[in-house]
Design a protein around this ligand. Sequence first.
Ligand SMILES: [Fe+2]
Ligand SMILES: [Fe+2]
Length: 130
Amino acid sequence: MAFLSWHERFSVGHAELDQQHVRLFELVNHFDDVIRMGMHEELPRIVDDLIDLSEAHFRFEEGLLQGIGFPQAVDHRKMHDELLDQVRKMRSNMAAGGHVTHKAVVRFLADWLTNHILREDRDYKPYLAP
Ligand SMILES: [Fe+2]
Ligand SMILES: [Fe+2]
């Protein structure tokens, strides 16, 4: 069973943004699957992909929020930058072979993603309404 399941409550009411969020969920699930399969050497590359995909998603979302005149667009961008810092830090810890367990990484990634989508991304939902 997938580690993270997409649910309608995650929807921000914008097809393209939802699709990008689903793709990020899928990558976290893939990370979890790869741990279960014991293919640990694949894990750093998956986190790199997640960083790239998050960055592309965040920039897309920021452009859209600016375009619709979302009042907290600047703050939202700062949250994204902070999220990227967190995940990059975790990636460096992995590279350093530190004390992070793979299970702890997957839990971190799941919280990292769902907290932002369920809380902060929800704030712009009313502004996207047609
Ligand atoms: Fe988002
Ligand atoms: Fe966001």
